[in-house]
Design a protein around this ligand. Structure first.
Ligand code: PBG
Ligand code: ZN
Length: 328
């Protein structure tokens, strides 16, 4: 039997394969999440996320960011660990809050670095929820919007380029846009965590950021993992409220959602390769069961192929270095 068609002809050599390759992976497509904390010379490891550390805003942070920049990663996403937590999370919008300090420090050292900040309450509130609570212990959506607008303005004032609300509050994009515009920051972009599911994959992150809710869970604001149509609705609303970019999170178990959002909206799309996805790979690699370099690059490529323009990933530095080696 002679086949009529032979797709294998285009797989015969590396050059031919490169010529017909449909999807690219490059360091400038990666956004590196960073956990910034108070103190001096802190490089505190996160046990469930080998290779990830809480970093103080000094040589500890510099070493990490210098390495990223040298490897071609041009964007970071900052998360803050405050000195103190309280019901509204005051350090979140304080001028001298940990994230604002980190922004000023980084802008000074790397003026060209794109600085994104996570805008949420859970790392800063003593109850660990993503918003301000009512007397009955429920998240007060509209009261939280005021805080998010305040936080966005504080981060913009410190020099943040992109504000990324992650709390899944209704109206969060509109409230932040209005706050930023009124404060004279019409030029700063909003990357909305538009489609964020209530996921077990955030477990290790909550160790890293100290943001596990003290009671209940986040299912009253984050999305049900079973829902796809609802994702379209969230995308339409955030676009209407003025989001500049959209995010789908987590990534790995939600690549169908990434594809759906890609087709739904013309806004740039980011996916978040979250902490639990990172932890699974690291654990299997530590056991000797997977080839780290190949598994990571294949996973990131899959996210790009699904439709993501950029990827937030804890593998950013390693992946950027591996890509540089491949192209050398
Ligand atoms: C805060 C926030 C979370 C993550 C990003 N921003 C945790 C959560 O919503 O519980 C998760 C990131 C990760 O798992 O890597 N709202
Ligand atoms: Zn939160």
């Amino acid at each position: 039997m002679e086949p009529l068609h032979r797709p294998r002809r285009l797989r015969r050599s590396p050059v031919l394969r490169a010529l017909v390759r449909e999807t690219t992976l490059a360091p400038h497509q990666f956004i590196a999440p960073l956990f910034v904390t108070h103190g001096a010379s802190v490089r505190h490891p996160i046990p469930s996320m080998p290779g990830v550390h809480q970093l103080s805003v000094d040589a500890s942070l510099d070493a990490e960011v210098d390495a990223l920049v040298a490897a071609g990663v041009r964007s970071v996403l900052l998360f803050g660990i405050p000195a103190q937590k309280d019901p509204v999370g005051r350090e979140n919008f304080a001028r001298d809050g940990i994230v604002s300090r980190a922004i000023r420090h980084l802008k000074d050292r790397h003026p060209e670095l794109l600085i994104m900040t996570d805008v949420c309450c859970c790392e800063y509130t003593d109850h660990g929820h993503c918003g301000i609570l009512t007397a009955h212990g429920e998240v007060d959506n509209d009261r939280t919007l005021q805080v998010l607008a305040q936080v966005a303005v504080a981060h913009a004032q410190a020099g943040a380029d992109v504000l990324a609300p992650s709390g899944m509050m209704d109206g969060m994009v509109g409230a932040m846009r209005e706050g930023l515009d009124q404060a004279g920051y019409a030029d700063r972009a909003i990357l909305s965590y538009a489609v964020k599911y209530a996921s077990a994959y955030y477990g290790p992150f909550r160790d890293a950021a100290g943001s596990t809710p003290s009671f209940g869970d986040r299912r009253q604001y984050q999305m049900d993992p079973a829902n796809l149509r609802e994702a379209r609705r969230e995308v339409d609303l955030d676009e209407a409220e003025g989001a500049d970019m959209l995010m789908v999170k987590p990534a790995l178990a939600y690549l169908d959602v990434v594809r759906e959002v890609r087709e739904r909206s013309d806004l740039p799309l980011v996916c978040y390769n979250v902490s639990g996805e990172y932890a699974m790979v690291k654990a299997a690699v530590a056991a000797g069961w997977l080839d780290e370099r190949r598994i990571v690059l294949e996973t990131l490529l899959g996210m790009r192929r699904a439709g993501a323009d950029a990827i937030i990933t804890y593998h950013a530095l390693d992946a950027a270095r591996w890509l540089a080696e491949e192209n050398a």
